[in-house]
Every structure is written in structure tokens, then in C-alpha cells.
Design a binder for this molecule. Structure first.
Ligand SMILES: [Zn+2]
Length: 381
């Protein structure tokens, strides 16, 4: 699954639409395949139109993929679930939603919307093929788009993570057992079986010397396998961190440093105390956050001529946590921003906000490790 967002091309219903770098490859490939087919079947009399038409067909293909993802997104938004982004990439599209649905029926409806949308498009293109014969450009294009959308709808209904069918299966098991974790494990297990089956199909072709047919399923299969495993890892993380908040593990010791301290002195302080981060203050006011990463961004021989102020994270860029924030969301924010620690701030009505502690990535990982050693806790969802 694409991790970085890629190139933003549009915003639809407030959702940013991105193209992953791998998309350009698949777009070129689909265009090439369509163009070659037009050429072989002597569809066009005017050959200058060949590649523009093939590219248009390819764009329609990816518009179909986008339509599928938008269908998921619209239903998610209906349940007040924020859709963070839609990204088109090598294997189609992926809509990232801000949180998991809170009810099984919501998950079911969000998941089923995509395949239904693709089936709807397949029917539309089928109607076009009735009107236009496949000996013409429109007819042949409609026929290919009918096939593509039918495939997209049907393959996605396979009942295993990360496919839509896996989400549908999870929502059903979740609805029946009321156990979200267990439902996830079931869908991840069937997802792995589907992935192995796809890899086996590819292997069969390769074994019979048909490389060009076999390579694609093998790559897809490993992608599916990886995603199925990731969903289990995610649920394991949710289980170990369940019920914990920032206040449970924060250290109340918050070291401070003056902003005029030179990096030379700061380095010495870090070496002496082993502390990896400090709040930067001046006249009792907080102005920033200093840490090892910021220190290391300056070459060592320039430490004496730079102060902490020059490299610290300024106050307005610091991310904060509240004592009540669940550890899982805190960890996700730390990872998303690629930072190692966050100050914990308590807001009080009468005398403003106070820094009451620090939460570090290490301390969260430590509590996960400890809890994993003790064994799973009873599910709280
Ligand atoms: Zn889908």
C-alpha cells in the first residue's frame, strides 16, 4: 500500500485525491495495452487518434477505480467518519479513513458500496456495448471497461483482508460475535489464504513458462499477504494499548534548558544526563522543544557557534497531548509526524495550560512489550 501520499491532482467532496508514483507506470501500461489492441484490430482509420484514444480509455479505467473509492468514501462520510485521502496506485485505489467504523453495520455498508459502484458501472458499459459494436472504438472500449469494472467488483468481494469482501466478512463476524478483534483475525486469516491462492495461480503460469501472465498475480499476492498481516499487527497493537492513556505512562519529569545555551553546552548536558529532549524556556516562558535529532542536524564542529534557539522545534510547531488521550492515537500521531516525544498539557479553566509531563515513543513501545509478555488482555471493544 502506498505510504506517502504522492501527487495531489484534485479534491472531491473535500477529499484530496493523490496519484502514487507507481500509478504512472500502470497508467502507461494500460494505455499501451489498449493502444496495441486498437492497432491489431484495425479499429481506427485515422492512426493519429490511436494513442490519444488509448490514453482516454486508460483515464476512464482509472476514473472507474476512483468512482469505486468515492463510493466507499461517501458512505463513510455519511457516518461522520473523516476520509483522509484517496490514492490511486499500482493495484487500483485505496481510500484512507480517519478511524474504524464504530458499528458492524457501518463497516458493512462502507465496504459493500465499492463493489456495488463497480457493478453499477459494469452495467452502464454493458448497455453501451448493446448500442455500439465491438468492431468500433467506442464499442471495444466499452467492452474492456465492462470487463475491468466487473473484475474490480467481483475480485474485491473475495472474503479476505484487505479486500472489500474481507471487510464485509469482518462486519458480519463482528455483528454476530460482538468481538471486533476476533472478527479482524478471521478476515485476516481468509485474506492470507486468498493471497496464497493468487500467488499459486501466478506460480502455475510461471511453471508453465508463461512469465508475462504469472508475474502479475505473484506481485499482487504478496501485496495482499503483506496487507493481511499488517491488519493483524494493527489489531494486536490496539489490544495491547487498550484502556491506556497518556497520563498512565508519561514521565512527570520535564527537563528544561535556556534558549541561549550553545549546542556545545547542550551536547555536554545530554551526554552527562542521558536525557534526549528538553523544553526550551526563556524568562519562564516556553519557546520551543529541543531534542537529540535537532542537535544532530548540525555538524559537530559547528556546535560552539550555534545556540539551542537556532535548531529547536519552535513552540507553534510542537504537537501536544492531553493526559486523557488514548495511547494508541498518541502513538499513531508520533509515527505520522515522525517524532519521538510529545509534551502532555493539562488545560484548566482558571489558570491556563500546564505542561504536566512527557510521553516518548520508547515508553509506549516499552509498555507494549511488557503487556505482550504478560499476555493478551480481555477485549474491551
Ligand atoms: Zn473497495
Amino acid at each position: 500500500m502506498p505510504t506517502k501520499s504522492g501527487l495531489q491532482i484534485a479534491k472531491i467532496f473535500g477529499i484530496p485525491i493523490y496519484l502514487d508514483v507507481s500509478w504512472f507506470f500502470i497508467f502507461a501500461l494500460v494505455t499501451y495495452l489498449l493502444g496495441s489492441e486498437f492497432q491489431q484490430n484495425h479499429i481506427l482509420e485515422n492512426s493519429t487518434l490511436l494513442w490519444p484514444l488509448a490514453a482516454t480509455g486508460s483515464l476512464l479505467f482509472f476514473s472507474s477505480v476512483l468512482f469505486h473509492e468515492l463510493a466507499h468514501s461517501v458512505v463513510a462520510q455519511h457516518y461522520k467518519i473523516k476520509v483522509v485521502s484517496i490514492t490511486l496506485f499500482l493495484f487500483g485505489g485505496v481510500a484512507r479513513i480517519g478511524r474504524e467504523p464504530s458499528k458492524a453495520i457501518q463497516e458493512f455498508n462502507i465496504a459493500v458500496a465499492g463493489p456495488l459502484a463497480s457493478m453499477f458501472l459494469a452495467v452502464c458499459f454493458f448497455l453501451l456495448t448493446l448500442r455500439f459494436p465491438e468492431t468500433g472504438a467506442i464499442g471495444l472500449l466499452a467492452l474492456r471497461l465492462l470487463g475491468a469494472n466487473a473484475m474490480l467488483g467481483l475480485f474485491n468481494l473475495a472474503p479476505g483482508f484487505p479486500l472489500d469482501g474481507g471487510r464485509i466478512l469482518r462486519s458480519i463476524v463482528w455483528g454476530i460475535t460482538k468481538d471486533f478483534s476476533r472478527a479482524t483475525r478471521v478476515a485476516a486469516t481468509t485474506g492470507k489464504l486468498i493471497a496464497y491462492a493468487v500467488i499459486a495461480v501466478g506460480g502455475y503460469f510461471v511453471f508453465h513458462g508463461q512469465w508475462e501472465r504469472g508475474v502479475w498475480p505473484i506481485i499482487l499476492g504478496f501485496f495482499l499477504l503483506n496487507a493481511a498481516q499488517a491488519s493483524v499487527a494493527q489489531i494486536a497493537m490496539q489490544e495491547t494499548l487498550a484502556g491506556l492513556s497518556a497520563a498512565d505512562i508519561m514521565s512527570s519529569e520535564v527537563p528544561t534548558i535556556n534558549r541561549n545555551t550553545s549546542l556545545e553546552e547542550y551536547g555536554a548536558e545530554v551526554l552527562r544526563t542521558g536525557r534526549r529532549f528538553h523544553l526550551v524556556i526563556t524568562d519562564d516562558r516556553l519557546v520551543g522543544l529541543m531534542n537529540l535529532q535537532a542537535l544532530n542536524s548540525v555538524p559537530r564542529d559547528e556546535w560552539h557557534e550555534n545556540s539551542v534557539q537556532a535548531v529547536m522545534i519552535p513552540r507553534e510547531k510542537i504537537l501536544w497531548a492531553s493526559p486523557q488521550e488514548p495511547l494508541l492515537s498518541l502513538l499513531e500521531r508520533l509515527l505520522a509526524a515522525d517524532i519521538n516525544q510529545m509534551p502532555v498539557v493539562r488545560e484548566s479553566e482558571d489558570d491556563g495550560s500546564h505542561i504536566v509531563g512527557m510521553v516518548t515513543r520508547d515508553s509506549i513501545l516499552r509498555v507494549m512489550q511488557t503487556r505482550a509478555e504478560i499476555g493478551p488482555l480481555p477485549s474491551t471493544r
